[in-house]
Ligand binder design. Structure first.
Ligand SMILES: [Zn+2]
Length: 118
């Protein structure tokens, strides 16, 4: 079967390597396709990984089931400015544990509720 979960997920620059059910949620383990980042401090390109942690990010539900993305949180070392920038992800804001689109979907629901009461 030629089925690509990446296609369904519609997020940039990722690949899905496992999908498992955990406590009633779907957990998708993702990997990032880029090897390096552009340093946000000095715009130097670096692919020198200092350390990698992981994070769980809430994403939009699929078929009524809550989805969490298990993502590597990578911290790089930039030789240009000697800093340790954490990789920015375009679909998650800094220090958030949910995706931007998940946040937007919650916001819209609240907004509709508000309009309904007028
Ligand atoms: Zn730098």
């Amino acid at each position: 079967m030629d089925f690509q979960l990446e296609r369904l997920l519609n997020l940039p620059n990722i690949t899905v390597f496992t999908c498992q059910e955990q406590e009633g949620f779907i957990v998708l383990k993702l990997d990032l396709l880029n090897e390096g980042i552009t340093c946000p401090h000095c715009q130097n390109y670096t692919d020198h990984i200092h350390q990698t942690r992981s994070m769980l990010i809430r994403d939009l539900s699929i078929c009524g089931q809550g989805v969490y993305l298990h993502l590597p949180r990578r911290q790089f070392y930039c030789a240009g400015c000697k800093k340790y920038p954490t990789e920015p992800l375009e679909f998650v804001e800094k220090r958030r544990n949910y995706t931007i689109r998940y946040n937007e979907s919650q916001g819209q629901r609240g907004f509709c509720g508000y309009v309904g009461r007028i």
